[in-house]
Design a protein around this ligand. Structure first.
Ligand code: SAM
Length: 246
């Protein structure tokens, strides 16, 4: 099953649809993406003292190489799409820096038969990266317009194993769980108890913890077999807030 459109296929589609992509532009996108992958590797190595992961897994790097980021930030040109930095995606929200997407994905220890929940669909990019690595992704977005556009974008790009819904991800998606892994891509002051409850024993949750204007730490929560959790703070980060009426 073809679950996502590869970068090469995306460029061919661009050529066929618009007839406007020159060979030079195609080469540029490939070059920019190759540079981005090198920067992700360099960032992983530089932050190894915090993360303990100087080298990200080959599967995660392959997913980063396969998912066409420019399709998820299509209001920008390739130079911005493949820069190693966050970008606005409308409604006051951002798509995360590619290194952080790669690191969070790696920290989840994704396996091919895993079912994963994402909180904060945004553009759908992180969901697409996860979709390349696991069997099923459920993703919740609180802003209806973003949820709808991400769902349309993922369908257009042939990503078939992601389900998106509008809602407050703080409460998770209990009907779809329990999950092997949960990624939260917006920051809150606590670890949502409902999300812990929806993790399988041994399951991992990767999330920023803190507030928008103070210190935030990327945190890995592992659910133990006895229902308790182990928590590890991994890296200082900066995320948009987890919103909702609580
Ligand atoms: N993962 C996204 C991507 O790849 O484009 C980027 C996520 S952006 C950093 C954080 C997202 O979380 C925003 O789209 C925001 O609207 C969403 N969000 C904030 N609070 C939320 C909540 N309580 N439930 C679900 N989504 C939420």
């Amino acid at each position: 099953m073809k679950r996502w459109l590869s970068l090469g296929a995306a460029l061919l589609a661009c050529l066929a649809a618009a007839g406007a992509c020159t060979a030079r532009e195609e080469a540029t996108v490939a070059e920019l993406q190759a540079q981005l992958l090198q920067q992700i590797k360099a960032d992983a190595w530089e932050t190894r003292g915090y993360t303990g992961r100087g080298v990200l897994s080959e599967r995660v790097m392959a997913a980063m190489a396969e998912v066409p980021r420019h399709e998820y930030v299509d209001r920008y040109g390739p130079a911005a799409a493949y820069a190693n930095r966050p970008l606005p995606i409308g409604h006051g929200q951002t798509i995360s820096q590619p290194f952080i997407v790669a690191l969070m994905t790696d920290l989840l220890n994704p396996e091919a038969d895993h079912v994963v929940l994402e909180i904060g669909t945004g553009s759908g990019y992180q969901a697409a990266v996860l979709a390349a690595l696991v069997s099923r992704v459920y993703s919740i977005e609180i802003i209806p317009e973003l949820a709808e556009s991400a769902e349309r974008r993922l369908a257009r790009l042939g990503v078939e194993n992601v389900a998106v819904k509008t809602g407050d991800g703080y409460y998770g998606w209990p009907e779809a769980g329990p999950f092997d892994g949960i990624i939260v891509t917006a920051v809150g002051p606590d670890i949502p108890p409902a999300l812990v409850a929806q993790l399988k024993p041994g399951g991992r949750m990767v999330l920023p913890v803190g507030t928008q204007y103070t210190a935030q730490n990327l945190t890995v929560v592992t659910r133990r077999a006895d229902g308790g959790t182990d928590e590890e703070q991994v890296l200082p980060v900066a995320f948009v807030p987890l919103t909702g009426d609580r």
